[in-house]
Ligand binder design. Structure first.
Ligand code: PLP
Length: 394
């Protein structure tokens, strides 16, 4: 237990409130049991059903289910034509899978900065990088831009799509954290050439492990389906070098039930967020609260605050430790921007400077916002944050 909890008396909670908690019940259990009894465990009718329902939910023509969000990204990039020597433009402040997917298809990565209000790709930074690279570098290559709808808030897609159109860039959305989020009234997942989702257990809905590509582009979807299963056109007729990136019917059966519950889960996340925004408002500017742009529907995959380290007498990590000592789990998404990760430094990004990504990595802290929180949990989170802020106030 940290010094703070000891000095401050008893911690707010003895049993910690988790940062994430998948909600799975009897319906999911029944759906899985049915699949087990059927004997059809690998990709089969449940995957097809899940794909139909997810495409309909997103509002686009095709959905290709995959083994994870990471494989969805890799498959989408490759199916869109990205390969060795090509280029992907990626925000530096994201989970590493966004950029790694580009490396896996043999492309290079150029990092751009984020907007500190949304934590998503800053279209101005994208424009700068595109201008810097100039047509001389861009033209001979296929170039993809990968906006990430981080924490459940959509990236500002209109200016990104405009830049993409002007410079002939493919747009693959990383929607791993944004199931059900909306941009100007349209569901995320149907705005770019394709979008990729993750169904990892901490996400707004889960299939255990799993992912999906959504797209209106029939050719892209067809290619992704083929590459997903060893480049197989017909049984044992392999026309391309593919993978096994398939989703199982067990996972899809869970996904079908979770998808039906998604809107309710998201509404509970939004309600928890509204509560925090109201109850924690007085603590600004010592901490900074997340924003929802007027054109956005935020689905709060994370509720991420920023610790104003200039105003408080602690680092973000000391703040996090003190909060945990009060019985509130919290997490740093993400402590290192990708251009500072050893795997990318080794590829020569030493000179890259992206001040907003760096600032975010130093100061962000996510607190529990998942739909499993009770009213008492939420009150305890607020009380614990207030206690920690007050302990570190100068
Ligand atoms: C922004 C982002 N992109 C991609 C992924 C990769 O998804 P998965 O873990 O399902 O491979 C994640 C998952 O954490 C993510 O948060």
């Amino acid at each position: 237990m940290s010094k703070l909890a000891i000095e401050g008396g008893r911690p707010i909670r003895e049993d910690p409130i988790p940062i994430a908690q998948p909600i799975l019940g009897d319906e999911e259990a029944r759906a899985v049991t049915e699949v087990l009894r059927s004997g059809q465990l690998a990709q089969g009718p449940r995957v097809e059903e899940f794909e139909r329902e997810f495409a309909q939910f997103v509002g686009c023509e095709h959905c290709v289910a995959t083994s994870s969000g990471t494989t969805a990204l890799q498959l989408a990039l490759e199916s869109a034509g990205l390969g060795p020597g090509d280029l992907a433009i990626v925000p530096s402040f994201t989970f590493i899978a966004t950029a790694n997917a580009a490396l896996h298809v043999g492309a290079d990565v150029a990092f751009v900065d984020i907007d500190l209000e949304t934590y998503c790709m800053d279209p101005r930074s994208l424009e700068e990088v595109v201008k810097l690279l100039k047509d001389r570098v861009l033209r001979p290559r296929t170039v993809a831009v990968i906006p990430v709808h981080l924490y459940g808030h959509p990236a500002d897609m209109d200016p990104i799509l405009e830049i993409a159109e002007e410079h002939d860039l493919i747009v693959i959305e990383d929607a791993a954290q944004a199931h059900g989020a909306e941009y100007k009234g349209r569901r995320i997942g149907s705005l770019g050439d394709a979008a990729c989702f993750s169904f990892y257990p901490t996400k707004n809905m889960t299939t255990g492990e799993g992912g999906a590509i959504t797209t209106d582009d029939g050719e892209l979807a067809e290619r992704a389906r083929m590459l997903r299963s060893h480049g197989e056109r017909e049984r044992y007729d392999h026309v391309e070098l593919g993978y096994n990136f398939r989703m199982t019917d067990i996972a899809a059966a869970i996904g079908i039930v979770q998808l039906r519950r998604l809107e309710e889960f998201n509404e509970r996340r939004r309600e928890n967020a509204r509560y925090y925004l109201k109850e924690l408002a007085d603590l600004e500017p010592l901490i900074e609260l997340p924003t929802e742009k007027p054109w956005a529907k935020h689905v709060y995959h994370q509720f991420t605050i920023r610790i104003n380290v200039e105003e408080l007498s602690c680092t973000r990590d000391e703040f996090a430790e003190a909060l945990r000592a009060e019985g509130v789990d919290c997490a740093v998404h993400y402590p290192t921007p990708l251009h500072r990760q050893p795997v990318y430094l080794r590829r020569g990004y030493h000179a890259t400077e992206l001040p907003k990504s760096e600032r975010a990595a130093e100061t962000v802290l996510s607190i529990p916002v998942h739909p499993g929180l009770s009213e008492e949990d939420r009150q305890d989170v607020v009380e614990a944050v207030e206690k920690v802020v007050s302990a570190f106030s100068r």
